[in-house]
Write a protein that binds this ligand. Sequence first.
Ligand code: NAP
Length: 313
Amino acid sequence: MRSAKYSGAGSASEVISITETAVPAPGPGEVVVRVGAAGLNPVDVKIRAAATDFGPIRYSDRPGWDVAGTVADVAPDVSEWSPGDRVFALAAFPAAAHTLAEFAVVAARDLAPAPAVWSTAQAGAAPLAALTAWQALEAAAVGSGQRVLVLGGAGGVGHLAIQLAKARGAEVTATASAAKHELVRGWGAGHVVDYRDDQALAALDRFDTVIVTVDDTLPPRGAVAEGTAVISITGLSEGDRIRLGEWGAAPVERILVAANGAQLAEIAALADAGEVDVHLDSEFALEELVAAQERVETGRVTGKVAVVVDPSV
Ligand SMILES: NC(=O)c1ccc[n+]([C@@H]2O[C@H](COP(=O)([O-])OP(=O)(O)OC[C@H]3O[C@@H](n4cnc5c(N)ncnc54)[C@H](OP(=O)(O)O)[C@@H]3O)[C@@H](O)[C@H]2O)c1
C-alpha cells in the first residue's frame, strides 16, 4: 500500500516521502480501515518538524491521526464493526497512529459511524479538531444560555467550537480576521470581532466561557469576569494563569485532546441533524502531502485541510 513516511526532523519537502509498505493486519481490539481521507492539524507539522515526542504526544515516522473510510478487516474479538461500515476516527491520540496510508489500524473504541451528510474528505478532516472543541466545551460545562467567546473562530478547532457551542444552546461570539466574518457568522456566531481591532477587543464584556485556540493569546481583560471558565488548547504560561486567576477566572485549564469514539458518535449525530458542518479549506492527494502540510504551516487555514488518500472510498 501507499504510505507516508518521515525521514527525520526537517521541513515538509525535506523529510516527507510516499513509500510502499505491507497492508497491516488488526491486532486484538483493532480494525483495519481502508482510508478514504485523513485530516491534517497543526500538531502534525509541529511534530514532523521536530521529529520528537511532545510530552504525551508520540512522534512516529509513519504519521497521521485523523481518518475516514470503510472497515476492511476486524480482529476476531471485535463485534461492533463489520467490513464495509463507513467510519471515522481520531486514532490513538496522543499515542502514535498511522492514518496517512491506504490502510490504517484503528482501535475499535476510537471509531464512530461517519456522518451520512459529510463527504469522506470532511469526515477524515474533522475528528481531532471536533473532539478538541467538544472536550473544551465539556471542560467548561457549556450549556444553554451561556455566553461563549471563541478566540480564533475561523480555524479548524474554532469553526467547530462555534457550531458545537451553538448546538448546546450557547450564545457565541468569535474573533476572526475581517475577510472571514461572513463565514464565521454562518457557522453560528452572533457577534464576530476582528482580532486586529484593539478597540473592539477591549469592548468584549463578561463571558461565561472563553475558549482559546490561538497561540500566545490572553483573553481580553473585559471578557473575563468572576467565574469565567477559560479553556486553552494552546499554551498557558504560569504568568497567564496567575493573571487570569487575579481576574477571577475559574476554572482555568489547558486541555489536550484524547481519542474518544463515543464522543465522536455524538458529534456525528449532531452532523446528521444538520447542526455541525466541516468547512474544507483545501483538499490534497496523498502524493501532495508536502503541499498539504505547507498549507497548514501558513497558519491561515479556514476550517480544515483534507488529504484524500483514495477518492473511490
Ligand atoms: N490542546 C489540544 O488538544 C489541541 C488540539 C487541536 C489544536 N491545538 C492547537 O490549537 C491551535 C489551533 O489549532 P487549529 O487546528 O484550530 O489551527 P488552524 O486551523 O491552523 O488555525 C488557523 C486559523 O487561525 C486564525 N488566526 C490566526 N491568528 C489569529 C488570532 N490572533 N486571532 C484569531 N484568529 C487567528 C487564522 O485566521 P486568519 O487567516 O484570518 O489569520 C486561521 O483561520 C494550534 O496551536 C494547535 O496546535 C491543540
